[in-house]
Design a protein around this ligand. Structure first.
Ligand SMILES: *[C@@H]1O[C@H](CO)[C@@H](O)[C@H](O)[C@H]1NC(C)=O
Ligand SMILES: *[C@@H]1O[C@H](CO)[C@@H](O)[C@H](O)[C@H]1NC(C)=O
Ligand SMILES: *[C@@H]1O[C@H](CO)[C@@H](O)[C@H](O)[C@H]1NC(C)=O
Ligand SMILES: *[C@@H]1O[C@H](CO)[C@@H](O)[C@H](O)[C@H]1NC(C)=O
Ligand SMILES: *[C@@H]1O[C@H](CO)[C@@H](O)[C@H](O)[C@H]1NC(C)=O
Ligand SMILES: *[C@@H]1O[C@H](CO)[C@@H](O)[C@H](O)[C@H]1NC(C)=O
Ligand SMILES: CC(=O)N[C@H]1CO[C@H](CO)[C@@H](O)[C@@H]1O
Length: 536
């Protein structure tokens, strides 16, 4: 069995279901009370708006980056809805849109100037860190643009935060977030040095006592030791080169506890990122709780991103997500009745009930819809360059709402759907799981070193195809294209790649086979089969 390269360590298990879930009453006999907290739908505009936005390409920059290329990403989409930071723009009725003249400054120092086309995405303006001193916290950056039209000059401004941190004095590791792709960049978890590389996390949440049970013979003795076990687990993860997502779900609202834990774990080279609220929207944690803890963690550390997982379809999403660099979604739709609660004997609707999958239809598309929804909300809020979305495939079942555990193939469908819809990490709830899921999860984890060369490449161009419930992501880098194709049907299916314009379909290298093969142009899928191929 293949070792996975990544695990989330959950400090302990337990906890009670809240009185409401996603703000909805769910107990039999309880009244219907609208939950509130809906994400506001941006107003439409009949005239064009410019959403001028800017963000550093990397968070955080370090002194080691000062002599390498560094950039601020500029986005200049022309939109017809009042998303964050929009202002009217007088574009020509026809012909070229023209350009913006952009300047970027912080603390009165000019960092960069340049010409940026209108309606551009992730346009890189180089800048120099040498104008700034590394410091804890962030620099406020102002990006200004002027647009010359026949009727005059229009001006636009946007703000960003630039993290330019001192080198960690204790030599501890740094994990960077690449705004061009949403990927994490890290050195090897062993702490033995090496270059920053993109990390494509494929792993499982696991309780560290369980992890240890599977691994150390001294479990009974170790169980008494509390944090000492954690230290042993972390040391072991460093030895085997496994990244850690450190989970503070039960304690993230206790500042004293967070402080203790962050200080204990922050220097480990295995630490990839922090994890705070686990379904804080489900339990209606205070709306400022995640953002508060986020600030505290940045105060204590500042070298690793912060993540959390949201379970609800639409419940104070912005407030909870404000406290994260990475937001995960855990849409568990396999085998549960999503419209009538087997646990609470009530219907589940947009304002009532709990069925284990909030506002779901009971189809795989619940996962891709949730991913798309989160991506859309990031974009609306102007957070699409500073936050990324990960996916949590269901790796459990046989209790509560879920009568059975997914198969290994269903596990891969869930994971690849998440990836095809922008997921930059796959973390399943939870290990230990079935041998079947473990085997297929390992297969995916093994292929991830190849997949990430495409999915996490800032040079990749992306296309998406969805046809006959076959979901296909295509990432092209140079002459080669990665095709990740997953069949959501519980039936054998085929897909002809010749229908995708401009795709070179030979030669072929198969990189993932969970029930799909490619012959000529045609992918043949088994029921819920998935394949990965590199073409060209
Ligand atoms: C801006 O780009 C989008 C996406 O490429 C395109 O659909 C749209 O037509 C462009 N808008 C204008 C005003 O050119
Ligand atoms: C918060 O954490 C500290 C340190 O672990 C602990 O002593 C304290 O009891 C916790 N407070 C609550 C309210 O649980
Ligand atoms: C959250 O907001 C409430 C109400 O304004 C305030 O009393 C509380 O201190 C805040 N909590 C945190 C963790 O910032
Ligand atoms: C929740 O987020 C919205 C949108 O960002 C904001 O307007 C509101 O003040 C926040 N509410 C609380 C209680 O923090
Ligand atoms: C869900 O449960 C309801 C009530 O028992 C039943 O009528 C319905 O067919 C079930 N749906 C599914 C998909 O099992
Ligand atoms: C689906 O394909 C598999 C092998 O590819 C085959 O064994 C099976 O009989 C097919 N099922 C149906 C219903 O055609
Ligand atoms: C699979 C694995 O990593 N097993 C390890 C569990 O821990 C013991 C004690 O440290 C090791 O000897 C095993 O190799």
């Amino acid at each position: 069995m293949t070792r996975l390269g990544f695990a989330v360590v959950v400090a302990s298990m337990g906890g009670a279901l809240a009185q409401t879930w996603c703000g909805k009453n769910y107990m039999e006999g309880s009244p219907i009370v609208p939950p509130g907290g809906q994400f506001p739908i941006p107003a439409t505009s009949s005239s064009p708006l410019l959403a001028f936005r800017c963000a550093p390409a990397i968070k955080p920059y370090l002194p080691e980056d000062a002599l390498t290329p560094t950039a601020i990403l500029i986005d200049t989409p022309i939109v017809y809805s009042e998303i964050a930071g929009t202002a009217p723009v007088g574009i020509p009725e026809e012909g070229p849109l023209g350009v913006l003249s952009v300047s970027i400054e912080s603390e009165g120092k000019l960092l960069s100037t340049g010409i940026v086309p209108l309606n551009a995405t992730k346009f890189e303006l180089p800048f120099s860190l040498l104008a700034l001193e590394p410091k804890k916290g962030t620099y406020d950056v102002t990006c200004s643009a002027t647009y010359a039209t026949l009727s005059g000059v229009e001006t636009f401004t946007a703000s960003a935060e630039l993290a330019y941190a001192p080198s960690p004095t204790d030599g501890s590791s740094v994990v960077k977030l690449d705004a061009r792709t949403g990927a994490l960049l890290a050195k090897p978890a062993t702490g033995k040095g090496g270059a920053y590389e993109t990390v494509m996390p494929v792993g499982f949440y696991t309780a560290f006592a369980d992890y240890l049970a599977a691994n150390l013979s001294t479990i009974n003795e170790a169980k008494e030791k509390g944090y000492t076990i954690l230290q042993e687990v972390i040391t072991r993860m460093e030895e085997v080169g496994m990244y850690l997502m450190y989970d503070m779900r039960w304690t993230y609202m206790n500042d004293t506890s967070v402080t203790e834990q962050v200080n204990l774990v922050k220097n480990s080279p295995a630490l990839l990122l922090w994890y705070t609220g686990d379904e804080p929207d489900g339990t209606s944690d205070p709306l400022n709780a995640t953002a508060h803890t986020y600030d505290l963690i940045y105060e204590l550390d500042g070298y690793h991103p912060v993540s959390l997982c949201l379970n609800c379809y639409d419940y104070y999403w912005s407030n909870y997500t404000a406290g994260a660099d990475i937001v995960l979604q855990d849409t568990y739709m396999i085998s549960n009745n999503v419209t009538f609660s087997v646990e609470w004997h009530t219907p589940c609707t947009v304002d009532y009930g709990c069925c284990g999958c909030d506002d779901c239809k009971g189809v795989f598309e619940d996962i891709s819809d949730r991913m798309d929804l989160f991506a859309y909300r990031l974009w609306v809020n102007g957070w699409d360059r500073t936050k990324a979305v990960w996916t949590v495939p269901q790796g459990f079942g046989g209790a509560e709402y879920w009568p059975r555990t997914p198969t290994g193939q269903e596990f891969v469908v869930q994971s690849v759907l998440g990836i095809n819809h922008g997921g930059m990490g796959v973390v399943s709830w939870d290990a230990p799981t079935t041998d079947d899921i473990w085997e297929y999860g390992s297969m995916l984890a093994q292929s991830s070193s190849t997949l990430k060369e495409y999915i996490m490449s800032s040079a990749a161009t992306f296309q998406h195809v969805f046809s006959n419930q076959i979901d296909i992501g295509l990432w092209t880098v140079g002459e080669k294209t990665l095709v990740l194709a997953t069949n959501l049907n519980y039936a054998n299916e085929t897909f002809d790649l010749a229908t995708v314009p401009g795709l070179k379909t030979a030669p072929v290298v198969e990189v993932l086979n969970s029930g799909a093969t490619l012959e000529g142009n045609v992918i043949t899928f088994t029921s819920v089969g998935t394949g990965g191929f590199i073409l060209g």
